[in-house]
Design a protein around this ligand. Structure first.
Ligand SMILES: C[S@@+](CC[C@H](N)C(=O)[O-])C[C@H]1O[C@@H](n2cnc3c(N)ncnc32)[C@H](O)[C@@H]1O
Length: 220
């Protein structure tokens, strides 16, 4: 039987955890995320929303690579918002990224107002991911694109131990955060079922290596 999902705190609310997360080098993963967005899912211009944007590595990379993009980055935790606003200012892309403090499950932003929605490593923070997926469906215009990516929960204690064995360069707190996130993560089939129940249509599910799943839909 697969390991049970164990929820972790929804927000990264302490300065220490935000700093520890911000210190992890996500550059390669962010570049690959934006490559998929641009080359495989056809996002070339327009309004994109990034839900649970954390320190805003993905929004900055989108603006660097996709000249016609205007990004709304949604984050709720104050320490993360502080990191994000520093990073955006240093990147020189303040004119392209709007940082909004809101709950990704109920942003209060106008319906059908985005061409694309992305979400990286947020779903495992949310107890009922249907609420997040419903909000994405509400925010997108008809034909809008989707890229949701997250950690995949290990199916067995052995798999969990193997996955943890591959992160030995990290600090003890970073390892603790990763372990908690892996246990809180969804299985790929659970993510797909939540998206279906939330009315997010036409998504395809991919399992990326042994660590991630993706739900995606190209923009029309
Ligand atoms: C693991 S981080 C991922 C950050 C970023 N997407 C990335 O790829 O680096 C998840 C972020 O989602 C934020 N978060 C969690 N629940 C949220 C919610 N309901 N609304 C907005 N942000 C949320 C957390 O505070 C944290 O900064």
């Amino acid at each position: 039987m697969a390991l049970k999902r164990v929820l972790e705190p929804e927000l990264m609310e302490t300065d220490r955890d935000a700093r520890e997360y911000g210190k992890i080098d996500h550059a390669a993963a962010e570049m690959e995320f934006v490559r998929v967005l641009s080359e495989e899912l056809g996002f070339a211009r327009g309004g994109l929303i990034d839900l649970g944007a954390g320190p805003c590595g993905i929004p900055v990379e989108i603006c660097r690579r996709i000249k016609g993009a205007r990004v709304t980055a949604v984050e709720m935790a104050l320490p993360m918002l502080k990191l994000a606003s520093g990073r955006i200012a240093r990147s020189g892309f303040s004119g392209c990224i709007r940082l909004v403090r809101a709950d990704a499950k109920a942003t209060g932003l106008p319906p059908r107002s985005f061409d694309f929605a992305v979400c990286n490593n947020l779903a495992h923070h949310i107890a009922d991911p249907r609420l997040l997926f419903r909000e994405i469906a509400r925010l997108l215009r008809p034909g809008g694109g989707v890229l949701i990516r997250d950690l995949r929960r290990p199916r067995t204690a052995r798999e969990l131990a193997d996955r943890m064995g591959h992160c030995c360069g990290d600090t003890p707190r970073q390892r603790e955060l990763l372990r908690g996130s892996l246990l809180a993560a969804l299985l790929p089939e659970e993510a797909a079922a939540f998206a279906r129940k939330a009315g997010l249509k036409g998504l395809s599910l991919r399992v990326e290596g042994d660590r991630h799943w993706e739900l995606r839909r190209a923009v029309e």
